[in-house]
Design a binder for this molecule. Structure first.
Ligand code: NAD
Ligand code: TDX
Length: 340
């Protein structure tokens, strides 16, 4: 099987590429990534020279390039991780979110129709369901919970989901969608809460907590998300949506305090700052469908996953320090100087 992983130089796509290259030596894994500020080839270094791996630099919104690529490569399966993914950036500048997250999906699916594939999988998010109240722990997001978005980011992801379902119904494109809760783990870009807190705490710099830190996220260790997607590709049904989450709800303040404690740093580093506009209160997924229909089970609880993540950041300082000092953006030039 030849699998195209778009956005595979990012956090989750990178972890997914590692999993697939290592688990299925008989499959060919092709990562296509535009290497925006969030793309980092150093994330792919462990698999870069493997015989079943190939990297292509390119933009999913570039129709001519995408067509050429599909014509040459003959993919069986496409898994689309490529996206603008940071909510705060979508509040600053929504335009690029609409272009990549909606029009990029259209371009990819048009190529899938034109050249034929066995499955197009769209990696979506719990944020398409909006938020839940903090005082109703009994409420969870189900696959049929109505879409109700808050930020330009989540609106762009929800738009893409609707387009994917439309391509299935109207054109018969074989699609699946997964909607996952907040991920954490290795190779997470340090603009997002958990890696930001780890890097700031190690530098003993102030840690910005939005509002009162009471907002709740349902945290899933990234490898558990990747095994769920693998299962959907192999056993999922065309046209279906699968929620992914592990019942690990933690408030932002508790996340920060857990990390500070593990690193033996003082809580005085916490700085409460102005809240994010439109800030979603609580996300919580019901993963019953993927558990019962596909037999998926997450391996990590938050307590073990967060320790594993902190250990990874401690023993891979180069990876995130290159991001903080900007050096990672030279990697493509360094890596490919001798190859072209
Ligand atoms: P990320 O920002 O770390 O990675 C995104 C990758 O996409 C980067 O490598 C970037 O270079 C690439 N990219 C951006 N625009 C592109 C374009 N036009 N063409 C080709 N490549 C492009 O994001 P992530 O956290 O790994 O998220 C991956 C996917 O999972 C996204 O679709 C996101 O919406 C979804 N998701 C993320 C989470 C989470 O907690 N991080 C949770 C649920 C769903
Ligand atoms: O400095 C910060 N301080 C803070 O309090 C940052 C960066 C975040 N926060 C809060 C906002 C959120 O309540 O922490 C929580 C987590 O924030 P992010 O890491 O930005 O993630 P979130 O907004 O929840 O979105 C993430 O999960 C769903 C991903 O970035 C999305 O791509 C995914 O779809």
């Amino acid at each position: 099987m030849k699998i195209l992983v778009t956005g595979g130089a990012g956090f989750i796509g990178g972890n997914f590429a590692h999993l697939m290259v290592n688990t299925y030596p008989e499959d060919e894994i092709v990562v296509l990534d535009a290497l925006t500020y969030a793309g980092n080839l150093e994330t792919l270094e462990p698999v870069m020279d493997r015989p079943n791996f190939k990297f292509i630099k390119g933009d999913i919104t570039d129709r001519e390039f995408i067509d050429q690529c599909f014509e040459q490569e003959h993919f069986d399966v496409v898994v689309n991780f490529a996206a603008e993914s940071h909510v705060d950036r979508s509040i600053e500048d929504p335009g690029i979110f609409l272009r990549t997250n909606i029009l990029g999906v259209q371009t990819l699916m048009d190529a899938c129709r034109k050249y034929g594939i066995r499955r197009y999988h769209q990696v979506s998010t719990d944020e398409v369901y909006g938020d839940l109240p903090l005082d109703r722990p009994d409420l969870l997001f189900h696959e049929d919970t109505p879409i109700h978005t808050s930020s330009p980011y989540s609106a762009s992801k929800a738009s893409a989901d609707l387009l994917v379902l439309a391509y299935h119904r109207t054109f018969g494109l074989p699609v699946t969608i997964s909607r996952c809760s907040n991920n954490y783990g290795p190779y997470h870009f340090p603009e997002k809460l958990i890696p930001l807190v780890i890097s700031k705490a190690l530098a003993e710099e102030p840690i910005p907590v939005y509002g009162e830190g009471a907002n709740v996220r349902d945290w899933l260790y990234v490898n558990d998300h990747c095994t769920a997607i693998d299962l959907i590709l192999r056993k999922g049904k065309d046209g279906e949506i699968y929620n992914i989450g592990g019942h690990n709800e933690v408030s932002n303040l508790d996340v920060v305090k857990t990390i500070l404690k593990a690193l033996d740093k003082p809580e005085s580093l916490i700085h409460f700052v102005k809240d994010r506009p439109g800030h979603d209160l609580r996300y919580a997924m019901d993963p019953t469908k993927i558990e019962t229909e596909l037999g998926w089970k997450p391996e990590y609880r938050f307590e073990t996953g967060i320790q594993k993540t902190i250990d990874w950041y401690l023993s891979n300082r180069d990876w995130w320090e290159h991001i903080v000092n900007g050096e990672y953006q030279n990697y493509y030039a360094r890596m490919y100087r001798e190859r072209v």
